[in-house]
Write a protein that binds this ligand. Sequence first.
Ligand code: GDP
Ligand code: IMO
Ligand code: MG
Length: 425
Amino acid sequence: MPAIAIIGAQWGDEGKGKIVDLLAEKVNVVVRFSGGNNAGHTVVNQLGEFRMHLIPSGIFHPDVTCVIGNGVVIDPAAFLDEVESLRQHNVSTGNLFVSDRAHLIMPYHILLDGLEEEARGSGAIGTTRKGIGPAFADKTSRMGIRICDLLDKEAFRSRLSFVLEYKNSILTKLYGAAPLSLDKLYRDYCQYAERLAPYVRETDVILEEALEKGEWVLLEGAQGTMLDLDFGSYPYVTSAVAGGVSLGVGTSPANIKGVVGVLKAYTTRVGGGPMPTELHDECGDQMREGGHEYGTTTGRPRRCGWLDAVVARYSADINGFTSVAITKFDILDAFSSLKICTAYDIDGVIYNRPPAHSALFEKCKPVYEELPGWQCPTSNIRRFEELPSQAQAYVRRIEELIGCPASIISVGAAREQTIMVRPIP
Ligand code: GDP
Ligand code: IMO
Ligand code: MG
């Protein structure tokens, strides 16, 4: 039976946490495959409201196995804090496993993330300063330390002393910062190792066995397509699209039978970089306040604007969405008319895809079409046919523009505030 990937269609914060928590009811395994604790996935269910950073949003279903795959970078302190906070809410972590191949976020990654941001000055990316970029850079440049290294104390000390000497010379000579102590870092991480060890597994095997048994697997994306290293608005990027799933968990792409794009009914972005439909007026403020558009991880106000269908179509193409879950639909209840960006205009030249170059992307002016709003509450509606005709037309137009059907319409943060339009995938 299939593995289904859940992918953010925009710049993150589309509501992936809600959709994963909802769909996890029907699956056996949920796996995070990318990013780190830069992610902030909010889940609202009968147990309360939770902000998940590393642990898959399927954790609230006691029978579901939750896996943090090899493609995720792990800050052990953040992981252990999250486990503890779930325990305090009586959420079991007995079925939670972490890949032995996952790379660790080390204190020098967090320091360097901040120092690199300062050095970028006005070109700052606006990172979450959790050490994500430096940890992924070390993975690629073969300077990383993995969970399996951490579990072998002698090998860990020898690897750490080699890497730390290099990192300390960058910290001191390039940035004039204080060096980190090898002994302290070693001691702290050995303590984490003891607490992490019970969770560590060859997680690709868990996945393989589940798929062989015909079980359902959900692959929980973090961030969004426009934050992808290759296809996002480089350099204002961080993470992976659907193509990264197999690498991030260790399964063949042939096992992925469906890709659900999570598409917010309007657009938000947090951090720097181009965003053609950003609004600096009362409509943008209304989206931010109505939609509580403040970062789950950093609390920063999110930049808000009309739905960018150029981005949505591009995401659908790049990821091969088999359907989309349109979220935060209820936030548009308040508007008398709605705009959708269908193309970009740069000095009279029309663009139908986001340009690769961020300077060109910055210059893109949205070409809008306008649709009537519905101006009535949708949060209590559970069937598509019961939506006001204008709301149905908005969904139909999105489907037409992006070339992919809607499977879910989310009309509130809670699990039950959902309209199932068609089965997944
Ligand atoms: P994620 O990172 O993609 O999981 O999204 P976030 O959790 O960062 O941001 C989405 C926010 O919108 C969270 O506060 C959710 O609880 C909330 N949310 C999700 N779906 C809906 C919805 O359909 N309507 C409303 N009003 N809120 C929603
Ligand atoms: P979820 O999974 C929104 C953004 C940051 C910054 C850029 C790089 O909740 O959708 P990083 O700290 O990753 O090096 O920052 O990426 N960013 C996110 N924006 N949602 C996220 O995650 C994000 N994770 C990173 O704001 O612009
Ligand atoms: Mg988020």
